[in-house]
Design a protein around this ligand. Structure first.
Ligand code: SD4
Length: 363
């Protein structure tokens, strides 16, 4: 309690100017304000325990200057692409009962991961040029904790492996054989994810072996999802089999925090779909969240990230699609893409709706 009382004496404008480069620095700062009597007791008593709860409250008050959100805006879940209405509904099932945002996004992403007809995510995903279905996924919670897997084979639900990485290991990301080994140790089942349909598509592709990602192919793709639960905890998840017929070993944006997906509980969350290379080079989802932090509406923030990509890679933009979805702490949402044809789904106020995204280039 003493901690909270003292810390609120600081003016927020001063707090914004502070720059903590290390735990030592942070500790020094708090000591300066006599929050604890000695560094040792600070480290023992506060930093890893009490500090977490107290500073959450502290920063929430000090940083983003959002209006009080309309409580009815929550829960909310947003996901890339129209066909992910079902995934949104699965997430809503959790959220509408007062459930946890992290459980909601995991449940939502499970839907396309297990759907053999979805050729861009999990089981049924198109393979790489060597015939391997390799999966990328990441997940992030309201505390900024995150887990990720990449170049993972044979596991139907990479999003759940990513969550286990977050919860059960000291790491953020596991890839390839190591990720598979970890998944099997955790009790996940090894399965063949290459369906007959995907195998046939790969065999047809091999005739010409021309790698050319197609804009808005079948109007579905990677699932990126962000949810805010009734307690206004924000979580995000992203899962994909990546670009069809990619090089073996290729990793896209989807498992990279800040590229394929990013959430910050003080601000909101964002996720991307499309040609991962362009998102990787610009850390697009992070950019969207940071623009929202600076006050942009989610729609505008997504537009800014798309325009950044367009300015830097105009040639690639002619042929490739990238789309972002975003939701902020007020429950406002939006999406923006390079090309027309991108859409996204929002479940809010008991309605699950498809929104056609605005785009940089006209129809
Ligand atoms: C990737 N962004 O691997 C992902 C998947 C995707 O077209 O959207 N592919 O680049």
């Amino acid at each position: 309690m003493i901690f909270c009382a003292k810390i609120h004496l600081l003016h927020p404008s001063k707090v914004n100017q502070l720059n903590f480069s290390s735990t030592k620095h942070l500790s020094k700062f708090f000591n300066h304000y006599n929050i604890v009597n000695s560094r040792r007791s600070f480290l023992q008593n506060s930093l890893l325990g009490g500090l977490a709860a107290s500073t959450t409250d502290f920063w929430a008050k000090a940083l983003p200057n959002f209006d009080k959100p309309d409580k009815k805006a929550f829960p909310i879940v947003i996901a890339t692409w129209g066909p992910h209405l079902k995934a949104n509904a699965a997430a809503w099932e959790v959220l509408s009962k007062g459930g946890y945002a992290l459980d909601a996004v995991e449940a939502g992403v499970h839907i396309p991961e297990a759907d053999p007809k979805d050729t861009s995510v999990g089981y049924g995903g198109f393979p790489d040029r060597d015939g391997h279905v390799t999966l990328d996924a990441c997940i992030m919670d309201e505390n900024g904790m995150a887990g990720s897997v990449s170049f993972l084979e044979h596991i139907m639900h990479p999003i759940s492996v990513a969550r286990r990485v977050m919860e059960k290991t000291p790491h953020v990301m596991l890839v390839g054989e190591g990720a598979l080994k970890f998944a099997l140790e955790q009790g996940f089942k090894k399965e063949n994810l290459l369906t007959d349909v995907a195998k046939k598509a790969w065999e047809e592709w091999k005739v010409e072996s021309k790698y050319k990602p197609i804009i808005n192919v079948e109007r579905h793709d990677t699932i990126g999802m962000v949810a805010i639960d009734m307690q206004q905890r924000i979580a995000g998840a992203c899962s994909t089999s990546g670009a069809a017929f990619k090089m073996n070993g290729r990793v896209g944006d989807s498992p990279i925090l800040g590229a394929g997906m990013f959430v910050d509980n003080e601000v909101g969350g964002a996720a991307s779909t499309g040609l991962g290379e362009m998102v990787l080079r610009t850390l697009g989802s992070f950019l969207v969240v940071e623009e929202m932090r600076r006050g942009a509406h989610p729609q505008k923030a997504a537009e800014i990230a798309v325009k950044r990509i367009a300015r830097k890679y105009p040639k690639q933009c002619e042929e490739a699609q990238v789309g972002f979805i975003a939701v902020d702490k007020r429950g406002r949402h939006g999406g923006f893409a390079i090309h027309p044809g991108f859409n996204f789904v929002v479940y809010q106020r008991n309605e699950n709706k498809v929104y056609e995204s605005e785009s940089l280039l006209a129809k």
